[in-house]
Design a protein around this ligand. Structure first.
Ligand code: GLA
Length: 781
């Protein structure tokens, strides 16, 4: 899996090979990253050919006029030796210059992953190659770590810089990795967005010059997720070469994608150098976060399958790894801040009746937290809302048969809080400037030990007292005025904040391994692999409109498995978009994730309650397929359709989602394609769902025996107790037929309604369950 011969390093996963070698001057030359090569493949054949000198290029050593760093494919490159592309480093070297030149000194191969001392990293790697480079004149070393995760087809990379010189070395930029790839007319795919519109997938051709995908908010951010892809032109979900990259880090990140004059595409990924400066005294080291690389020749889905496997097997860890996640109800969109114990218990009772397993008490339970202007920082229960305390409330939930979960936002403080009045110096702010607020709050300075200790103690007390089994850890503002009284060098702030956060999370949750942690940052503002090392799931977005979620969850699904995405059914019209959507579609989208409800269940009609009961029972039956099955996006030939599918690990069961955004008149045939099933015979069946009478307004009179006023009391009442059955289709066919696609019944086109017409309209959807017919039965027929 890792082999070294004649100074050529070869790293194999199940389906990929990564090759580089040491050049005669000691630089690391990148040779190949792509589909698995034959054993013993000659690296010289794949390496760049340099047979003619090029114009006025800077020559590294006059003994070889063909050796120009600027034109080579490299694994690492420094400043000041003739490579004018973006260097992964900007180092003020102990000799006072910005010139560095790290060349090969030694290497070693170790079993497994090598844990980091300050940062979380992937666990359970197969083998690690450490190549150590040494500067040609200054006493400093750079170790490049390559860990192979064979089954996931992933290689991770990171760098550790050590100053061995008496004089200090100052890091202004130190990326975790860089690599030069031959251009394949690449397109760059990034996930960009904002609050309530996270992770929209954007694509642009890689042209000459440099593009940066980065965040400067102190978090990995909803503006630009650290994950991105480079795909060969014309790549589809199912075909084509795709390179995927991600970073195990939750703070400011940057990735540079630069195509140079020689059509070489350089990629460098790591900590954002923005306001970053880190000094190393003699003997000190700096370790960069781990970068995840994968390659697939099977299109975007192939790349996603690698990333999903990697996250489920090597990022998420501990008790909840691969464990089914509970169905929850969250109080936020049901009540916001307006509740007391009695009202919450009413919600909890309804939740239990409907099959929900976990009750999550969101914001508003502590201090003077009756709106978002006060109370953050004061984690003592509000006795007006909970006269008998939190434990008594939690006990009542447990008596009902529900687990208890709680919301906290420990990294923040409101100026209007006891904590701030007592410790104004704990907030992140410029000592002399008027602080800038966001959502009426300031960030707590996690660079200070006292602050970290306070959070660990306070949160620990709450968790233990109420025997909490789930925590939603929120973080609702970007960092500004990045400075800390605890630091001599303010260039360390952003990184120290994140290592402080990781320390706090470790101290709180390692002794409480059973707690399921769901992190959140105004939704998906910190959806990254660093957080996933601690929290097995993340609240995907504050936008619970299912049509918006189709975009958001699709975007994230390129890099993150469904087991990591919190997804809830909320009320309609949506609290974020005012869009009206059927209850069935809200479920059909949310079940592709860690599922829950976030609405006032007390107001559901009897008919809706039946539907919700059916939904929870259905989700429990197929939960494993949704959370841990192989998820794929199926290409849609029509712009108003989205297709998602999950296939069970044994490839004998699938659940496929058919989603229609805006209806179009006289829809042509819809087809259902399901891929990835093992050979055999299958039954395909629509999950039954209800059609509510009020959806049809005056149209009900075409089928109703009595004429009803569309706005009238009678129709409203009938709607509460009666609904129509949506069309259920059932087919029997082979995996091959499903993979090719089977035509579905026609949609409503204004010419009538019967039980074989699919009534979708705007925002309609169906789930199809595909199950293998057991062989004996198959043979009988
Ligand atoms: C953030 C979260 C929401 C909710 C509120 C509470 O916006 O993303 O889900 O918890 O905070 O204030």
């Amino acid at each position: 899996m890792i082999s070294v011969k004649d100074r050529v390093f070869r790293l194999d996963t199940v389906a990929t090979t990564y090759l580089f070698r040491v050049t005669k001057f000691g630089h690391l030359e990148h040779i190949y990253y792509g589909p698995l090569l034959a054993p013993g493949e000659d690296a010289r054949v794949l390496a760049q050919k340099n047979t003619v000198p090029l114009g006025s290029s800077v020559v590294y050593n006059e003994s070889d006029e063909l050796y120009c760093l600027d034109q080579m494919y490299l694994e690492w490159s420094d400043n000041g030796r003739g490579d004018y592309r973006q260097s992964p480093t900007e180092l003020k070297m102990p000799d006072g210059t910005f010139v560095s030149d790290f060349v090969y000194a030694s290497h070693r191969i170790v079993e497994g992953s090598v844990q980091m001392s300050t940062l979380p990293s992937a666990c359970g790697g197969d083998r690690t190659l450490v190549v150590t480079l040494r500067d040609t004149t200054v006493k400093a070393t750079l170790s490049l770590y390559y860990t192979v995760f064979a089954q996931a087809n992933v290689i991770t990379r990171r760098a550790v810089l050590t100053n061995e010189s008496r004089e200090p070395l100052v890091i202004r930029r130190l990326m975790s990795m860089m690599v030069d790839l031959p251009d394949e007319n690449f397109h760059l795919y990034t996930l960009d967005g904002d609050w309530i519109k996270e992770a929209y997938l954007h694509c642009r051709p890689v042209t000459y010059g440099m593009v940066t995908n980065a965040s400067k908010t102190g978090a990995s951010s909803n503006r630009h997720n650290p994950a991105f892809m480079l795909a060969a032109a014309a790549t589809t979900e199912e075909n084509g070469n795709v390179y995927g990259f991600n970073l195990v880090y939750s703070g400011n990140h940057a990735s540079y994608i630069e195509k140079n004059r020689r059509d070489i595409v350089r990629v460098a990924v790591g900590i954002n150098p923005h306001c970053f400066e880190w000094g190393l005294e003699q003997g000190e080291s700096f370790e960069t976060p781990e970068v995840v690389l994968t390659f697939s020749s099977q299109g975007f889905n192939g790349m996603s399958h690698n990333m999903h496997c990697f996250v489920n097997e090597h990022i998420v860890r501990g008790h909840w790894q691969k464990r089914e996640r509970p169905i929850l109800v969250n109080s936020w969109e049901a009540y916001y801040f307006d509740y007391d114990e009695g009202k919450l218990l009413q919600l909890a009772k309804k939740a239990k009746e409907l099959g929900i397993e976990l009750f999550v008490l969101d914001d508003g339970w502590f201090g003077q937290r009756n709106n978002d202007k006060a109370g953050l920082g004061d984690y003592t229960v509000n006795r007006k809302k909970f006269p008998r305390g939190l434990k008594a409330f939690a006990d009542q939930l447990r008596k009902l048969g529900l687990d208890f979960g709680i919301w906290v936002e420990p990294e923040m403080v409101n100026p209007d809080s006891d904590l701030f009045r007592e410790h104004p110096e704990w907030a992140v702010r410029h000592p002399e400037k008027k602080p800038v607020l966001a959502r009426n709050q300031l960030v707590l300075d996690l660079c200070q030990k006292e602050v970290r200790d306070y959070i660990v103690d306070q949160v620990g007390l709450v968790l233990d007292e109420a025997e909490v089994s789930y925590v939603k850890w929120d973080m609702n503002r970007a960092i500004a005025e990045a400075c800390s009284g605890a630091l001599k060098d303010q260039g360390e702030f952003y990184h120290r904040y994140i290592t402080g956060l990781y320390e706090v999370l470790t101290r709180i949750f390692t002794p409480r391994p059973q707690i399921l942690l769901e992190s959140c940052s105004s939704g998906g503002n910190r959806f990254d692999l660093g957080m996933l090392c601690f929290s097995p799931q993340i609240w995907t977005s504050d936008n619970t409109d299912p049509v918006e979620r189709l975009k958001i969850q699709t975007g994230l699904s390129y890099f993150y498995p469904l087991s990591t995405m919190g997804a809830h059914v909320a009320q309609s019209p949506s609290a974020q978009t005012l869009r009206n959507t059927p209850l069935s579609t809200r479920f059909n989208v949310a079940c592709f994730g860690c599922f829950g409800y976030e609405l006032d269940l007390r107001h559901l009609s009897p008919e809706e309650k039946k539907e919700v009961k059916d939904q929870t029972a259905f989700y429990k039956k197929y939960r494993r397929v949704f959370q841990y099955g192989t998820f794929s996006r199926l290409p849609a030939t029509k712009a108003n359709k989205v297709f998602w599918q999950c296939v069970s690990a044994d490839e004998s069961t699938a659940v496929a989602g058919f989603f229609q955004t805006l209806a179009s008149p006289a829809e042509t045939d819809d087809r259902l394609r399901v891929t990835g099933l093992s050979t055999g015979e299958y039954v395909v069946r629509t999950r039954p769902q209800r059609l509510y009478l009020t959806r049809f307004g005056g149209l009900v009179n075409h089928i109703s025996p009595v004429t009803l006023n569309p706005e009238g009391f009678l129709l409203q009442q009938a709607n509460r107790y009666y609904s129509l059955a949506g069309c259920v289709e059932e087919y029997r066919c082979s995996a091959a037929a499903l993979s090719a696609g089977i035509p579905l019944n026609n949609q409503f086109t204004g010419t009538g309604y019967n039980e074989n017409v699919r009534m979708l309209g705007d925002f309609g959807s169906n789930l199809y369950i595909i199950e293998k017919v057991n062989t004996e039965e198959g043979e009988d027929e």
